[in-house]
Design a protein around this ligand. Structure first.
Ligand code: ZN
Length: 434
């Protein structure tokens, strides 16, 4: 495939590389789709991806941060570019009707079997990362530096990025100059969306136990009622957004779980809450979490709770910030590759990702300066469906389309696979091309 690409303009060389690799990448994608694995259980997935990258000539290390795969292609002096694809699937029963739909079940977190499905397209992301690796391996005469393909476990539980960093991703292998990643979304297949600056939310789910002293429902004076304390907590927490967050900021505080007791005439010993917080600024996020803790401690004291409440972080990720200069550079590479008509302005999403850990030195637990990150979006909706969907803008049309995590969600059309491969390759070449 290095064959005739030498004399071609880069855009055509990338297209030729995508054409050459497409058949194998599509087969890899379909296999991964049919055999999805839950977070940190991606053993077969990782083995397939590692083997594919090894066959392309990458130096491959398995088992980084659990099931993560790190693949390096060293091609002389130059910058290091990290391309990240995630690998994990979700406990959802697939309803797409595809002939390679998943029928897999696996052991869920509570020890019971659950159906498993790639309902967020992480199979697409990791296949595209291998596909970009194939394109770039074939174009080595056109670039210098180090390409680092990272297949990350456990994005859905926000654990995999940090696990790989904690396992020495930047010390054992290479410290990248830029980190690139992508996610599929309901937008026209073949298009690519960019957003500079604040792009996705920080998210924390807290588990809280509020203690009381249980007893007979007819004798409340001899008890401490944790239900009443928990009820005050729920209403008082809403005052954080209303009274402590500046009105120009966006913060969500949701108590999604509140559980106490067994029947009406028994005052229980404790109450359990789960609280989800979203925001777009890490400092503000910490301030809101501190306010939640302060209010819950104070309500427990006000309610005569016999011991302090307990707090557990059930899942957490930091806010995504796309470095504006790097985003402009990648967008320009995509414009040259795809043309302006295939690019769109991505709206900010209230969803979350653990991708930003790769760029934030403090949150990621690696020293030194932050590393610029660019995370873009690739459309997955076929043209006919897109045209039939009401609305003008991407944001309007999105409201009428299945979103990731639906049992009907299927992003793996050929157009999207091809675009995802080319977008990663072109993004890397924005730094590596000679
Ligand atoms: Zn996802």
């Amino acid at each position: 495939m290095t064959m005739n690409s030498e004399g071609l303009p880069l855009k055509q060389a990338i297209e030729a590389g995508v054409d050459a690799a497409f058949g194998e990448v599509q087969a890899l994608y379909r296999h991964l789709h049919q055999y999805p694995e839950l977070p940190f259980q991606e053993h077969e997935t990782a083995a397939r991806l590692a083997a594919a990258l090894e066959a392309l000539g990458f130096e491959v290390t398995r088992g980084v941060g659990g099931t993560g795969v790190v693949a390096l292609l060293r091609n002389g002096e130059g910058p290091t570019v990290l391309l990240r694809g995630d690998m994990d699937a979700l406990p959802i029963e697939e309803q797409t009707g595809l002939d390679y739909a998943s029928r897999v079940t696996a052991m869920g977190v509570d020890g019971k079997p659950v159906p498993v499905m790639h309902a967020c397209g992480h199979d697409l992301h990791s296949s595209c990362a291998v596909g970009a690796g194939a394109v770039l391996a074939g174009l080595q005469a056109r670039w210098r530096g180090t390409l680092m393909v990272v297949c990350q476990p456990a994005e859905e539980i926000f654990g995999g990025a940090r696990a790989m960093l904690d396992d020495g991703l930047y010390t054992r292998f290479a410290r990248p100059d830029v980190v690139l990643g992508q996610h599929n979304m309901p937008a026209l297949a073949g298009t690519v969306g960019h957003i500079a600056g604040s792009a996705m939310a920080a998210a924390t789910t807290l588990g809280v136990t509020v203690h009381g002293a249980g007893g007979h429902g007819s004798m409340p004076a001899q008890t401490v009622d944790p239900v009443v304390i928990a009820a005050h907590v729920v209403t008082r927490l809403q005052s954080i957004v209303a009274r402590e967050v500046p009105p120009e900021e966006t913060v969500v505080v949701t108590v999604g779980k509140l559980h106490a007791g067994t029947q009406g005439n028994i005052i229980p010993h404790s109450a359990e809450l789960e609280i989800n917080v979203r925001s777009f600024d890490d400092a503000l996020h910490r301030q809101v979490l501190a306010a939640i803790e302060r209010i819950i401690r104070a309500e427990c004291e006000a309610g005569r709770s016999p011991r302090p409440p307990e707090f557990r972080v059930l899942s957490e990720t930091v806010a995504m910030h796309n470095d504006p200069v790097s985003t402009a550079r990648v967008r320009e590479a995509h414009r040259q590759c795809f043309g302006e008509a295939r690019l769109f302005a991505m709206p900010r999403l209230n969803g979350s990702e653990d991708f930003p850990y790769f760029g934030k030195a403090e949150a990621g637990g690696f020293g030194g300066d932050d590393i610029p990150c660019v995370y873009w979006f690739i459309g997955m909706t076929p043209a006919e469906r897109w045209q039939a969907t009401p609305g003008e803008s991407v944001a309007e049309k999105m409201r009428h389309l299945e979103m990731p995590h639906s049992p009907y969600y299927f992003p793996g059309h050929a157009e999207t696979l091809r675009t995802g491969m080319a977008a990663l390759a072109a993004g890397a070449l924005a730094y590596l091309a000679t």
